[in-house]
Design a protein around this ligand. Structure first.
Ligand SMILES: CC(C)(COP(=O)(O)OP(=O)(O)OC[C@H]1O[C@@H](n2cnc3c(N)ncnc32)[C@H](O)[C@@H]1OP(=O)(O)O)[C@@H](O)C(=O)NCCC(=O)NCCS
Length: 160
């Protein structure tokens, strides 16, 4: 698997993966019918640093790295990850997570924060904990899970 900066040529793959992930209604707050333009903009919009991961030449996932806040909060990074559901469990998320932490350090960030990790998203919570993140807050019933109804969301954080 290789990780490289995302370009406009990746828009179709990004859209395909985004759509499949949000259609599940179990990980992101995006509505399942979020339009293509909004999806592509989320990863390739102005000022957004993003990367894709390829397996045998096929894009199977992507992540973006942005400041969590502007101004006096801009030393804390935020990131979003999506792996093609058909490629889950093969190490792509772990590889992008490690890559993202390196990129964030190189960019001068001092910490990374995930603002909204759905508490029932066991793959994500386990992966972020393995990468050194701690749950620093719980937002009660903040997510309307497609199958489970209202579930908590976590704020997860680590210093870099
Ligand atoms: C979360 C996500 C990025 C993980 O990517 P992935 O490629 O499936 O994960 P990996 O195969 O790299 O596994 C990473 C680690 O998590 C563990 N893991 C994966 N799925 C797990 C599960 N369901 N339960 C517990 N641990 C799990 C793996 O054992 C692995 O640990 P290791 O590195 O020590 O071997 C991916 O599932 C995804 O895109 N989900 C939908 C979108 C999403 O939830 N994004 C994150 C929002 S906060």
């Amino acid at each position: 698997m290789t990780i490289r900066p995302a370009t406009r040529d990746d828009a179709e793959a990004i859209w395909r993966i985004f759509h499949e992930v949000v259609a599940g209604g179990d990980t992101y707050t995006f509505l399942p019918d979020t339009p293509r333009e909004q999806a592509v903009d989320y990863f390739l919009g102005p000022g957004i640093a993003s990367w894709v991961i390829e397996d045998e030449g096929r894009v199977i996932g992507m992540y973006k790295l942005i400041p969590n806040h502007g101004g006096l909060g801009s030393h804390v990074a935020n990131a979003s990850f999506m792996v093609d559901p058909s490629a889950h469990g093969k190490g792509a998320g772990r590889a992008m997570g490690d890559h993202c932490l390196d990129q964030a350090r190189q960019a001068g960030y001092e910490a990374m924060q995930f603002n909204f990790v759905v508490s029932t998203n066991t793959a994500a919570v386990a992966l972020w904990q393995k990468l050194g993140f701690e749950i620093v807050g719980t937002l009660p019933k903040a997510y309307r899970h497609r199958q489970l109804g209202y579930v908590d969301a976590y704020v997860m954080h680590r210093f870099l």
